[in-house]
Design a protein around this ligand. Structure first.
Ligand code: ADP
Length: 252
């Protein structure tokens, strides 16, 4: 993309048009670079599990029949990397924004029952305790499927980056409902906090690879919130913990 060389600044129409054109070129360029970065990150993330699958399957081919221990280890590794790849492609598909998916289906949701149900399912899946405090008769306007996914992303992070119990709390303030998901875990530094909503951003790549993250959860959360007109805030202090807030409109 090439910008126009503009003559000395003036207020005539041609100059203003030239300036607008250059701004458009700038925007195109930065979108293009972001897209390129996204594809390159995604390919890299897919390549890692594929490399593991490739090397274990070739080991299996050579020695799998004779060596029962190697057989078990290889199958385990191949399976877990395949699951990771499936999770990643699923997240990538959602982020690639299928129009159908991104049409919000906004309905009245009674937050008490909704949170209890989402939390119980989460507790069962991860064997982690989540304490819930919800004000009565809180009815919000939201897309149920997207809200569930949003809660899940924050609860999953709270679980991954803390050892203690996770707390979910909801209450009303003026014409809004607030949902907080709080953990008392490792927290996020100020410098990282401004970047964690970026796609593929992870604070500690080595550690998060073990815990299974790709750095896409919060990027997805931001997009989900946007289509529902929800607001998100992340409050965090290193070594103290993190509080995520979802702000939703109340139904009349
Ligand atoms: P991931 O799948 O890696 O968790 P996210 O986009 O959800 O990706 O989060 C980005 C990064 O932000 C994480 O890798 C982690 O380093 C940091 N992070 C997110 N939530 C928390 C939390 N509750 N406590 C500490 N760190 C967190």
């Amino acid at each position: 993309f090439k910008q126009l060389d503009l003559p000395e600044k003036s207020s005539d129409e041609l100059y203003v048009m030239g300036e607008t054109f250059n701004e458009m070129i700038n925007l195109l360029q930065s979108n293009y670079e972001k897209q390129e970065q996204f594809v390159s990150n995604a390919s890299h993330e897919l390549k890692t599990p594929l490399t593991v699958i490739e090397s274990y399957s070739s080991l299996l081919k050579r020695r799998g029949r004779q060596d029962a221990e190697l057989f078990d280890e290889s199958i385990e590794a191949i399976h877990s990397e395949a699951v990771r790849m499936k999770d990643l492609t699923q997240q990538l598909l959602v982020l690639a924004k299928h129009d159908e998916y991104w049409n919000a289906d906004i309905t009245d949701i009674e937050l008490g029952a909704f949170l209890q149900e989402s939390v119980r399912a989460f507790e069962k899946a991860y064997k982690r305790r989540v304490e819930v405090f919800v004000e009565e008769d809180l009815i919000v306007l939201a897309d149920a499927q997207k809200l569930k996914q949003l809660l899940y992303i924050f609860m999953d992070n709270a679980r991954k980056y803390s050892e203690e119990e996770v707390q979910v709390e909801a209450y009303r303030e003026k014409d809004q409902a607030y949902i907080h998901i709080t953990d008392y875990g490792i927290g996020i530094s100020k410098d990282d906090l401004v970047r964690v909503f970026d796609r593929f951003y992870r604070v500690d790549k080595a550690r998060t690879r073990k815990s299974g993250g790709f750095g896409l959860g919060l990027a997805l959360a931001r997009d989900l919130a946007q289509v529902m007109d929800a607001e998100l805030h992340l409050h965090s202090e290193e070594k103290a913990g993190t509080k995520a807030t979802i702000k939703l409109p109340l139904s009349q």
